[in-house]
Design a protein around this ligand. Structure first.
Ligand code: FAD
Length: 468
């Protein structure tokens, strides 16, 4: 028999349900396939950094699979619709009997997979797996079998389910012969270099990072996670986003080091973040409109957004005159990653200080993030814009200056990313123009593009008008 594994967002050997199932029969020949879909990626606004990250991980995966006797084939078509014909042809050429794949939960991906079995007909048996989540969508519901709309009860129910039984990790496949991998593939999609010292390539590197994080830092996470100048978070998001690492690996490693994390002790705060990831994915399946750029709270669509392109560009380029916002945007533009506290700060600033449509921010983030993930990004933006489930209430508006003062008190993060403010001493860096004027100096740094107090009032009015 010939078994095909169609890899998508699961670029790993370990704990990969589809790969594991395909390898269960020791006599079957197992081959892998990955289909590059530049047109679809453009439509989904994939960032060139994420494309670069995928590219490097395909090379690593191809080599690792070849060592175990599994050849990874790479094909390129334009979009998901064409990928179905590509799979069909591939199955015919290779005389595939069974196809194994892990589910993806976004609307276009689900549409593609729903059409898959029809395209392949009866000759190829298809098997899909819930692999990228700890618990499958629809499995954690209220007494009325509905999806939770509030995170805390979801999280409680989720942990209760984990107490009843943990999702198992499956091993990497054993060596089953020899195979070669042809490395000379390419993408017709822009690829950008990413900093491999921040995000080293390969499954082993991701596992090593997870292990180190779960040893010690995870216990300090509750105190450190809000301070961007400290390496207080795991930085595993790029690996989770493209499936170089599974959430089950994270859970099991966490529990190995901190067995009481499920009971609310050391490690539980980090576990809670993994559950946020699940929450947004479960929501996306329960409410497909979230994939279609619709807000969860319908009235928020009536907010009259500001379409000032210059303001949007100032935000994108990190030139708003608010140091913490600008430093964060430069971190994003340079590395493809941004600290979670700062994602909340810059998102709030775009929506509630500039009154720009959150979808512009969601779109820009996707175009830059190395960890771009539709559910988490959409969830984060709708949270910040107060348009989502269990979002910040619309009248809660971060003050960008005090956020900087609280979470980057000494200004170390700001000075790192804004060298033009390197000479502004101590805490003055949060209000550099106030300092410069006293010193009768001028700065090579913009003045604030809006007045926060006035902007806040205008935003409250705009939301209240929409709510009427
Ligand atoms: P850690 O703090 O170590 O958390 C561990 C893992 O839990 C993360 O890697 C991530 O997979 C998950 N996680 C943590 N926080 C969240 C959260 N709030 N929502 C969902 N999952 C979470 N995360 C993405 O992976 N991709 C995105 O495109 C994305 N866009 C965001 C946009 C906005 C506006 C906001 C506010 C948040 C966004 N997040 C996104 C969530 C969060 O900021 C990142 O997951 C986190 O900063 C990644 O760093 P880390 O791996 O060190 O996280």
């Amino acid at each position: 028999a010939t078994h095909l594994v169609w890899f998508r967002n699961d670029l790993r050997l370990h704990d990969n349900y589809a790969l594991h199932a395909a390898c269960r029969n020791p006599d079957a020949a197992v081959i892998g396939l990955f289909i590059v879909t530049p047109g679809q990626w453009r439509q989904h606004v994939m960032s060139p950094k994420q494309a670069g990250f995928i590219f490097e991980h395909l090379k690593a995966l191809g080599a690792a699979l070849a060592e175990r006797g599994i050849t990874l084939h790479i094909r390129q078509v334009d979009d998901f619709a064409e990928s179905l014909d590509c799979v069909k042809q591939f199955c015919e050429q290779q005389q595939v009997d069974a196809l194994f794949y892990n589910y993806q939960y976004e609307v276009n991906e689900r549409g593609r997979d729903a059409a898959l079995e029809k395209t392949l007909g009866r000759d190829v048996v298809c098997q899909g797996f819930d692999d990228s989540l700890l618990l499958p969508p629809g499995s954690v519901t209220t007494g009325n079998r509905e999806m939770y709309k509030v995170f805390t009860p979801f999280s409680k129910a989720f942990i209760k389910r984990l107490h009843e039984g943990l999702p198992e990790c499956v091993p990497a496949p054993k060596k089953r012969g020899d195979a070669v991998f042809h490395e000379d593939f390419s993408f017709d999609f822009p690829r950008e270099k990413f900093d491999a010292s921040l995000f080293p390539v390969g499954e082993q590197a991701a596992i090593a990072q997870l292990r180190t994080f779960c040893l010690e830092p995870v216990a300090r996470y509750p105190e450190q996670r809000d301070f961007p100048a400290i390496e207080g978070t795991s930085r595993l998001s790029p690996y989770l986003a493209i499936g170089v690492l599974s959430p089950r690996q994270c859970l099991h490693r966490l529990l190995k080091e901190h067995p009481k994390a499920l009971g609310g002790e050391a490690g539980s705060t980090w576990l809670n973040e993994l559950i946020w990831r699940e929450f947004y994915r479960h929501l996306m399946v329960a409410y497909p409109k979230l994939c279609r750029h619709r807000p969860f709270i319908a009235w928020t669509d009536k907010v009259r957004w500001n379409d000032d392109i210059k303001m949007l560009e100032a935000w994108q380029q990190g030139k708003t005159g608010y140091p913490i916002v600008d430093a964060a945007m430069r971190q994003l533009n340079e590395t493809g990653w941004m600290h979670n506290r700062l994602r909340m700060v810059v998102a709030s600033f775009l929506v509630k200080d500039l009154l720009i449509d959150w979808r512009q921010g969601e779109h820009y983030f996707m175009s830059q993030l190395i960890d771009g993930d539709l559910a988490a990004n959409n969830g984060g933006w709708q949270w910040a814009a107060s348009t989502g489930t269990d979002a910040a209430p619309y009248f809660r508006i971060f003050n960008p200056t005090t956020q900087g003062e609280r979470f980057d008190a000494e200004g170390d993060f700001i000075r790192h990313w804004l060298p033009e403010l390197a000479g502004v001493p101590g805490k003055q860096v949060h209000t550099p123009w106030g300092w410069a004027e006293k010193q009768q100096q001028t700065l090579d740094y913009p003045r604030p593009i809006v007045d926060h107090k006035q902007a806040r009032i205008a935003t409250l009015e705009a939301y209240e008008a929409a709510r009427k």
